[in-house]
Design a binder for this molecule. Structure first.
Ligand SMILES: [Zn+2]
Length: 161
C-alpha cells in the first residue's frame, strides 16, 4: 500500500478532505473534485479572532488573526507555487489555477501573513521556491509581483514602497 492510500480522511466537505501522513502525522488538504481557475472552493468564516498569530490563523489586520471555519482549512499547506488563495475580504477560499480531483490544495503563506511568528525553510519543491518563508514583509519585489495577496497585505506592501 502506498503512503497515499494509507492516508486517512478524518474530516471532509463536499470539496475537500484532510489527509494525515501516517508517518509524520502532518495534515494536508486535498481536493475532492475538479476546479477551474477562479472558482470558489468554499466560503469560510472567522471562528475566532485572536490578537496574536498561530499556525492555524490567517492575518486580516495589524493585530487581528482569524481562526478559520470550516476547521479543515487550517490544514491547507504552504507552496511557493500555490493553487489556492484565501480572500479575506470576500471570505472565500478560491483557486488561482486549475485543480484536479485528488490534488493537494496549497496557498502561499505570505499572501496572508505579514511577519510570521514561525518562519520555516520551505521544501515545496517548486522551481520558484523562495526557500525561507517569513511573511510578506520580507519578500523581494520579484516575488511581490508574482503572487496575489489579501487586501490587508496589499495595503502593507504599498505602504512599504
Ligand atoms: Zn517553496
Amino acid at each position: 500500500m502506498s503512503s497515499i492510500e494509507a492516508l486517512i480522511d478524518i474530516d471532509q466537505t463536499e470539496s475537500a478532505e484532510i489527509r494525515i501522513d501516517p508517518i509524520t502525522g502532518n495534515r494536508s488538504l486535498f481536493s475532492r473534485k475538479f476546479f477551474q481557475k477562479g472558482e470558489v472552493i468554499m466560503d469560510f468564516l472567522a471562528k475566532s479572532v485572536q490578537s496574536t498569530p498561530t499556525y492555524l490563523t490567517v492575518q486580516v489586520g495589524e493585530t487581528e488573526h482569524i481562526e478559520l471555519f470550516p476547521d479543515c482549512l487550517a490544514c491547507a499547506n504552504h507552496s511557493c507555487d500555490p493553487n489556492c488563495f484565501f480572500d479575506t475580504t470576500s471570505m472565500q477560499f478560491v483557486c488561482v489555477k486549475e485543480i484536479a480531483e485528488g490534488e493537494e490544495f496549497t496557498f502561499f503563506y505570505p499572501s496572508a501573513e505579514w511577519d510570521m511568528n514561525q518562519p520555516f525553510k520551505c521544501d515545496c519543491g517548486s522551481n520558484d521556491c523562495i526557500d525561507y518563508i517569513r511573511g510578506a514583509k520580507y519578500l523581494s519585489q520579484d516575488s511581490i509581483a508574482k503572487y496575489r495577496f489579501t487586501d490587508f497585505i496589499q495595503r502593507k506592501l504599498s505602504l512599504k514602497r
